[in-house]
Design a protein around this ligand. Structure first.
Ligand SMILES: [Zn+2]
Length: 421
């Protein structure tokens, strides 16, 4: 039914060698550049721009990703999963801003997506593409949010998922996968071993592959966060968007989203991207400072597990996106991420997973170093929900509940000791 509609994609271009392909000519990465040759998806932007007229968007009752179907790699918005992906809350957070030294700070909370992370945007597009091309099964390698979001999206539309996880994957995330009905293969090896096995399965069994930095359509889902920020601000872009960075796909996706708005003539400048990495996992920040020379670090490790990446899969795209925006990289310590998690929750009521609070840590540092003016219009993108990692959150708090005796006579004394009575 939906296959009667044409795909809005006009071409796909390799981010490394710029070779251009017709839609559907290549399924995953550039054949000349191998698995690093991620393809950028392009559309008929002049035609698409008529669908992005602010007046038309204001009148549109389409919700979430469906609002942007004219620049998504799908034939029909009806192919998107029924779950409520995107359209996430956008909050002005003046009290948090005051703590960080910013007078105009807002938070976009993507932890409110159905499975609790921004990855739902990418997985929703992957599921829609699979449905439209008659793929019965999707495979992916992941230790966390990408896999749980894929499993959730697929469960909602009746697609099967086969997920490769390293055997050390956190139990909570494995539970989410099994609950959504994924077939979970626990690999006796590392994440990279899991990644290779999933590529092998794709090659041998023809399964559709959702691996980050490999499947070109995922970025198209992630870019919708940028389109929403533009809408949230009344069809304007902020001065800065801060986001945490692991493999580079989300910051690359944001850059793509703002570039697409520029290609449609809807904005005349790009917001600067503040790309925030953790000290123990900062391959891309180092590359940015060293002429884009990417040196993988197999031992990369940070408290913010979702951005713990030694082999960034979307390096070229992320570096280009930050540079094009005249943005910058900032590196923060794990302790600063823990503090940011608490600040964000205390002063904005948003409970983020460690990687989700990392942009707050980056903003705090950037303001203190004079990299961002205090009066700049800033949006921090929170990429994952704090309930994903309760153990990590408790570590960040370094605080225990106040113990109280069950005898009511002790109530006043206990509260007085806390300055509450
Ligand atoms: Zn290439």
């Amino acid at each position: 039914m939906t296959s009667q509609h044409p795909l809005p994609v006009t071409s796909m271009t390799c981010v490394l060698c710029n070779r251009t392909f017709a839609p559907g000519e290549v399924r995953y990465t550039c054949p000349d550049c191998g698995t690093d040759g991620l393809l950028e998806v392009l559309y008929d932007f002049p035609t698409a721009s008529t669908r992005f007229d602010p007046e038309a968007l204001r009148r549109s009752d389409a919700r979430g990703l469906a609002r942007y179907a004219a620049i998504l790699p799908i034939r029909s918005a009806k192919s998107l999963p029924p779950l409520r992906v995107g359209g996430t809350p956008f909050y002005e957070v003046p009290r948090l801003g005051q703590v960080l030294g910013l007078s105009r700070l807002a938070v976009k909370d993507d932890g409110q997506n159905p499975t609790g992370s921004l990855k739902d945007r990418a997985s929703a597009v992957a599921a829609a593409v699979a449905l439209e091309s008659g793929e019965p099964l999707i495979t992916a390698a992941s230790t966390g949010n990408a896999a749980s979001s894929l499993s959730g999206m697929c469960a909602s539309v009746g697609l099967r998922t086969v997920i490769f996880v390293p055997e050390r994957a956190p139990r909570a995330k494995v539970a989410q996968l099994l609950m959504f009905g994924a077939t979970v293969l626990s690999v006796r090896g590392t994440y990279d071993d899991a990644f290779e096995l999933s590529l092998r399965a794709t090659k041998e069994f023809g399964w559709y592959n959702r691996n980050t930095g490999f499947n070109p359509y995922l970025l198209e889902g992630k870019k919708t966060a940028a389109l929403e920020i533009w809408e949230d601000l009344g069809y304007r872009v902020p001065d800065y968007v801060a986001v945490s960075v692991g493999d580079g796909c989300i910051v690359g996706g944001l850059g793509k989203g703002f570039r697409d708005l520029q290609r449609m003539g809807l904005i005349d400048r790009l917001p600067r991207l503040l790309a925030v990495q953790a000290r123990g996992s900062s391959v891309l920040a180092k590359a940015f400072a060293q002429g884009d020379r990417v040196v993988p670090e197999p031992d990369a490790d940070t408290y913010a597990d979702s951005i713990s990446v030694g082999f960034p899969r979307a390096a070229a795209l992320a570096l280009r996106g930050v540079r094009e925006s005249a943005g910058n990289f900032v590196v923060v310590e794990d302790e600063e991420i823990q503090e940011a998690q608490v600040l964000l929750a205390h002063h904005a009521g948003v409970f983020a997973e460690p990687a989700g609070a990392t942009p707050i840590a980056g903003l705090r540092k950037a303001v203190s170093q004079g990299l961002i003016p205090r009066e700049a219009r800033v949006v921090a993108l929170v990429t994952g929900n704090g309930l994903k990692d309760v153990e990590g959150a408790l570590k960040a708090l370094r605080e225990e509940p106040i113990s109280i005796d069950r005898n009511p006579a002790t109530l006043r004394d206990t509260l007085q000791a806390q300055g509450l009575a």
